[in-house]
Design a protein around this ligand. Structure first.
Ligand SMILES: NC(=O)c1ccc[n+]([C@@H]2O[C@H](COP(=O)([O-])OP(=O)(O)OC[C@H]3O[C@@H](n4cnc5c(N)ncnc54)[C@H](OP(=O)(O)O)[C@@H]3O)[C@@H](O)[C@H]2O)c1
Length: 308
């Protein structure tokens, strides 16, 4: 019998890489990773076994990449293009007779949420549910990796765009959980939704944990949600609508409409038979990187404080 072929989208990004790393040594399946950068294909193939070209903005690239694929991990980037990208790749997956799709969404715990990217992910999920594909949905809350990927920590300060508690999840846990679902497949995970929000902390408590772990005083600097776009430091006309939606979400968390973002709801134990990483444990793993950021040795920074 031929092995199950799993295609992971976004393998050069945060979540997709962790999933691929989790699956790459599993000889019971065939892992295929996808990239839109043709020059990365050889290197990805040598790391993961097989790599294919797919550009989510070019539907003509979908059929060759999906040929013979049984299970698809669907991830899109931080862009409103996710809507048409997801719709067209789902259509292509149906045509290619993919059996199971695992979608990375958001923490859309309230069905009638209005923040745009939450609504976009919900619409994609409705589209998947209405298809012949078997499906599993992942609902992670705030990635702890936002603290290291988006330069919110710099020179002893932690900038965040709400004072209210947020639920945090380590991407190590999302990656391992998604790999488990892809490995075990639709018999176990069809029509299941998993929630990832291990610990709830506001920016002040978060700064305290980071200070303790790094041994450097990290001061919480909450910023009004309306400063998020100006703080990005780019011409707003060039900023993807996704980021306006992030600003809107922060506004709704702050004024209470999205207070559920502060909820703890953790399916890591259900999937992995262990607890999710606490913020402190995650920070311990990333201690060197966090010290670098907290002491201002990072090369990247946003337009912090210059917008007003
Ligand atoms: N940050 C959070 O707190 C949070 C919370 C919940 C859910 N999410 C969701 O997480 C997702 C983003 O995950 P992430 O952080 O892993 O993203 P990421 O690190 O930015 O990676 C995005 C991946 O998608 C690939 N990609 C982008 N556009 C593509 C295209 N046109 N064709 C093919 N591949 C393309 C990128 O490839 P390249 O290397 O070529 O760019 C990269 O591999 C979003 O759907 C977001 O809504 C985020």
């Amino acid at each position: 019998m031929s092995k199950t072929r799993i295609l992971v989208l976004g393998a050069t990004g945060q979540v997709g890489k962790l999933i691929s790393d989790n699956l790459k040594n599993d000889s019971s399946l065939e892992l295929v990773v996808a990239t839109r950068n043709k020059e990365k294909i050889d290197q990805l193939a040598s790391t993961y076994g097989q790599a294919v070209y797919i550009d989510l903005d070019k539907p003509q690239t979908f059929a060759p990449a999906l040929k013979g694929i049984n299970r698809l991990f669907l991830l899109t980037g931080y862009s409103v293009s996710m809507l048409v990208q997801s719709k067209t790749v789902i259509d292509a997956a149906i045509t290619a007779a993919v059996e199971h799709i695992v979608h990375l969404g958001v923490y859309s715990e309230q069905w009638n949420c209005t923040a745009p990217h939450f609504a976009w992910h919900q619409m994609i999920e409705v589209y998947i549910k209405n298809s012949p594909l078997k499906w599993t949905f992942l609902h992670p809350n705030c990635f702890l990796q936002n603290l290291t990927a988006f330069s919110v920590i710099s020179q002893g300060k932690l900038r965040w765009y709400t004072t209210k508690p947020c639920g945090w999840i380590a991407l190590e846990d999302v990656g391992e959980s998604a790999a488990c679902i892809l490995r075990e497949g639709p018999d176990k995970h069809h029509a299941r939704e998993y929630w990832f929000s291990t610990e709830s902390l506001d920016v002040y408590k978060l700064a305290d944990v980071l200070s303790e772990v790094t041994g450097t005083r990290v001061t919480a600097v909450p910023r009004p949600p309306g400063f998020f776009i100006p703080d990005m430091g780019s011409d707003p006309k060039t900023i993807d609508p996704y980021f306006f939606s992030v600003a809107e979400s922060c506004q709704q968390i702050e004024d209470g409409r999205m207070s559920y973002i502060g909820n703890v709801r953790d399916d890591v134990p259900v999937l992995l038979n262990r607890n999710g990483l606490t913020v402190r444990k995650w920070a311990d793993i990333h201690k060197a990187e966090l010290i670098k950021l907290a002491t201002g040795q990072s090369g990247k920074d946003m337009n912090w404080g210059k917008s007003v």
